[in-house]
Design a protein around this ligand. Sequence first.
Ligand code: KIV
Length: 282
Amino acid sequence: MARLTVADLLRRKSQGEKITMLTAYDYPFATLLDEAGVDVVLVGDSLGMVVLGYETTTPVTMEEMLHHAKAARRGVSRALLVGDMPFLSFHGTTADAVRSAARFVQEAGCDAVKVEWKQGIEDVAKAIVDAGIPVMGHVGLTPQTAVAEGGFGIRGKDVESALRIIGQAIALQEVGCFAMVLECVPDLVAKEITQRLRIPTIGIGSGPWCDGQVLVTYDLLGLYERFTPRFVKRYAQMGETVRHAVRAYIQEVKSAGFPGPAHTVGMSPEEAARLNAELGNR
Ligand code: KIV
């Protein structure tokens, strides 16, 4: 099946067909998501929390992101693969930001990068787009700067902040972003942005009006149990499934139930007899 492109996502918006995006950080999950038919696989910096065990996403480095993006690339053959630019990877000079974005494409094989909103991001996003790298914007709750901005709550609840977020989304579209993540904004704000933008919006905790939806896969599957945001729907309880399987394994090893004949390699009776005879002679 043909690889999805940025143009395909834009077509989805014009045809009113919803876009699906999920996160993956390794080969097995990237393969499973791709085979299941998700449109966009995001190697999110949520990696830091759900896989690396950090408290927030800010400690995640470029090297960690690239290591995981390379693994995800090997599993994705149909979806668009987007690498999330981690904290500080686009905060120095514009040239540094373009170099970081280029590493996602050249070293990890990503199709595009995502940048969270920060002051002055328009110039950075434009430079990356001008370098020929598709850029996805991210406005609303931006986890990399959430602590500095007063926490992880909903953004855009009052008119002033709603207008600010609408302006940010439009500004990022105007410098060439091909899609926009809207994180934790009220449904009406998301609806307004979705109607105003030519490019698709992809919501997380932002209601049903967006052109697509994204979740952190480990949340959706019940694999990250430290906390579950209110907007997450758990489609499976894999944490429980894993615990159940591991307890069964421990119990069977202790009771000599595993490995049984089906999981054991035997010798032919002739070779076993010859080996015994040989050992008896020593
Ligand atoms: O890092 C991430 O997983 C994200 C998504 C939640 C959009 O940025």
